[in-house]
Design a protein around this ligand. Structure first.
Ligand code: FE2
Ligand code: FE2
Length: 184
């Protein structure tokens, strides 16, 4: 019976629902998978490649949360402190990311740093999904609209348009790192 609806539904394809929380959770899941891959692989080259991807994804994710998501929800949720804590956690993660990118696999504690970053992000993600997101769900914020903003900014940053802030410098450093790897 329900199959009859199919033919008239083509118009809605362009307006895909992009709930902000779904979008952020997809990022969380993807990064978690990358950390698992990093743990499993024995190949040094693969590890370097995965770590680079982790750093890029996390930097973009942190940036869209800080620029768009956190400011949008800060005033609306019950515990504003959650946003302050999340921001501090981002800062520590970014410090670690910077070290990982600077040192590269040649660095003595490099692998340990990637693993610690993974544990750190795991903790942060749990707090977002278990404490922050439920509070956001209770607000009247239009999460589809917010999701569209997040997605648009993410695209922009992925295309290398993040000339402001840390996104731009990361693109530069990860590119020079892969060039370095090629020459080794
Ligand atoms: Fe976050
Ligand atoms: Fe997040």
């Amino acid at each position: 019976m329900a199959a009859k609806k199919k033919s008239s539904g083509s118009k809605s394809a362009s307006r895909r629902s992009t709930n902000a929380l779904t979008l952020l959770k997809q990022d969380h899941d993807m990064v978690k998978e990358l950390f698992e891959k990093f743990e499993k692989t024995r190949s040094e080259d693969k590890k370097a490649q995965i770590a680079e991807q982790i750093c890029t994804e996390l930097t973009i994710h942190a940036q869209i949360e800080e620029e768009i998501f956190y400011p949008a929800v800060r005033e609306e949720i019950r515990e504003e402190d959650l946003i302050d804590e999340a921001t501090v956690e981002h800062q520590s993660a970014k410090d670690l990311i910077a070290q990982i990118e600077e040192e590269g696999p040649e660095g003595e504690l490099w692998e340990a740093k990637v693993k610690v970053l993974g544990e750190y992000i795991n903790h942060h993600v749990k707090e977002e999904q278990n404490e922050l997101f439920p509070q956001v769900r209770k607000t009247k914020i239009d999460l589809d609209e917010l999701g569209q903003q997040l997605e648009a900014r993410k695209m922009e940053l992925k295309e290398g348009g993040g000339e402001s802030g840390s996104g731009g410098s990361l693109q530069g450093s990860s590119r020079s790192r892969s060039r370095m790897k090629e020459s080794v």
